[in-house]
Design a protein around this ligand. Structure first.
Ligand SMILES: *Cc1c(COP(=O)(O)O)cnc(C)c1O
Length: 407
């Protein structure tokens, strides 16, 4: 006799999951392209993209095909054995970027943990054990392990977990003088997001990144770009560093890399990679055949002129709608970001209320994000249909209207 399964509802979340998230009241159960449906069959247009992850929308046929094919072939070997999908993906990433070596992990956090460990290790073995200082930025986000929250510039994520890793210093983003003031020969790395994502969708200025490059060269420090959110086509370039024309020594990528399948990578040069040796670092799942096969399929689609060149027109369409919404409701003080990583900062009278707009959006049938309490964030599929942008923004306009008139 079949046992009756208890119903799964939003209330189940509070009974079974750690209280570290505040998920929406509805539970998505199905997705196709830029549309998602919940348990009740209500449809949403997805401008959240799983936080800049589902860069080809939901259930893209090529990704489904790669997952199915690999799923019937070989799932996992561990790194005691290598595997073909990981080697193919590594080759693609090297061919398309500055990098000469790649290592795969499973999350943005792990890719950054790898990058920060490598930067310290490289400095201590090639230069001096005292060359350990990491310079990072206020409002930066680099992940949730103790090292990565400590390099991140939002103390609310690291306070209470101490003692924290030492010799990490934070200065204001886009402030080259502040960096120069703390930079010295004991610095092993400068870590920066070319576009701060979680911190409020703020792009670095070209002069800032160029200046960081020069300071790093002068002091033999490594320049680490965290492109976990800005990479894989999000800005219209494969990686944001290409747009800026400033090449890092180490780059991390995750989020869109697997299009929704957990996978991340750290890219670097042969010289820097060679500081590590067998046993220096590792991961059971990193570069797993399933993840690598899906990421390989996603890469082949994202790294094409059709997808990359399409980003700027889609951005213009989004920004046009946001400007119209602002003209009607007077809610935004600035619309910013790059490509399809779009931020809309709320006017002072709406500060702190980003999540209200997000909830109103869900009511109206559109999934959007916030980046902190004051900024609305949009990180849709890179191949979102023009008609979906129009329909989703019409729904978002209704949501904004509802929040504004509820005052
Ligand atoms: C999301 C994010 C991370 C963390 O990635 P996880 O996969 O959640 O560990 C790190 N850096 C940046 C810039 C991110 O946006």
């Amino acid at each position: 006799m079949a046992t009756v399964q208890p119903a799964i509802t939003r209330a189940t979340f509070d009974e079974v999951i750690l209280p570290i998230y505040a998920p929406a009241e509805f539970i998505p159960v199905k997705g196709q392209g830029s549309r998602v449906w919940d348990q009740q069959g209500k449809e949403y247009i997805d401008f959240a993209g799983g936080i800049a992850v589902t860069a080809l929308g939901h259930c893209h046929p090529a990704l489904v095909e790669a997952l199915k094919r690999q799923g019937e072939t070989l799932w996992h070997t561990s790194n005691v054995f290598t595997n073909e999908p990981a080697l193919r993906l590594g080759r693609k990433l090297i061919d398309a970027t500055f990098a000469e070596r790649v290592v795969f992990m499973n999350s943005g956090t792990e890719a950054n943990e790898t990058a920060f460990k490598l930067a310290r290790y490289y400095a201590s073995t090639r230069h001096s054990p005292y060359k350990s200082k990491i310079i990072a930025f206020h409002n930066a986000f680099h992940g949730r392990s103790l090292f990565t929250v400590s390099v991140g510039g939002q103390p609310k994520y690291s306070d209470g977990f101490g003692p924290k890793p030492a010799d990490i210093i934070h200065v204001p983003f886009n402030d080259l003088h502040a960096v120069a003031a703390v930079m010295d020969d004991h610095t092993c790395a400068v870590v920066v997001e070319p576009i701060q994502g979680e911190g409020g969708v703020t792009a670095a200025t070209p002069a800032f990144l160029q200046g960081l490059r020069e300071l790093c060269d002068k002091h033999q420090a490594l320049l680490v770009f965290d492109e976990v959110q800005s990479g894989m086509g999000r800005t219209g370039s494969l990686f944001a560093y290409m747009h800026y024309g400033v090449t890092p020594d180490i780059l991390t990528t995750a989020k869109a890399l697997g299009g929704g399948f957990p996978v991340s990578a750290m890219l670097t040069t042969q010289d820097i990679a060679s500081a590590f040796h067998v046993g220096s670092h590792g991961s059971t799942y990193g570069g797993n055949p399933l993840a690598s096969a899906v990421a390989g399929a996603a890469f082949d689609i994202i790294n094409t002129p059709e997808v990359l060149n399409g980003v700027s027109a889609k951005r213009e369409q989004f920004v046009g709608h946001l400007q119209q919404i602002d003209a009607q409701f007077d809610v935004f003080s600035e619309i910013r970001g790059m490509g399809l990583l779009i931020g809309a900062e709320l006017k002072p009278q709406y500060k702190g209320r980003a999540r209200e707009f997000l909830h109103a959006g869900a009511q109206a049938g559109v999934m959007v994000l916030n980046a902190g309490p004051d900024v609305m964030r949009f990180a849709p599929s890179l191949v979102v249909e023009s008609a979906d942008i129009d329909e989703g923004m019409a729904r978002f306009a209704r949501a904004v209207g509802a929040v504004v008139s509820a005052r």
